[in-house]
Design a protein. Structure first.
Length: 92
């Protein structure tokens, strides 16, 4: 099993541009579970679990962002897979 969990914080113009729905779309397409939410500091935070190659593709897409976004920084922390998520949800 080559599953992994990644905690990702995306900074830049990432709120009010459909970023959370962009994240949901990619997570569902790649079969990942986890969450995405807006943070009060203007960043978007997401955590995903699943196959390593799918998680890497998800991260690549988060670095690009949706059309109207402007990603300036992405912070990634890899963690051991725990299987703690059943779905992919917007939490805030």
């Amino acid at each position: 099993m080559n599953d992994v969990r990644a905690h990702i914080v995306i900074m830049g113009r990432v709120q009010g541009v459909g970023f959370r729905y962009f994240a949901i779309s990619w997570a569902e397409r790649l079969g990942l579970t986890g969450f995405v939410r807006n943070n009060y500091d203007g960043s978007v935070e997401t955590e995903v679990e699943g196959d390593r190659s799918a998680v890497e593709e998800y991260i690549a897409q988060m670095k690009l962002g949706p059309r109207w976004s402007r990603v300036t920084d992405v912070r990634i922390e890899y963690k051991p897979y725990e299987g703690i998520y059943k779905n992919f949800d917007v939490t805030r």
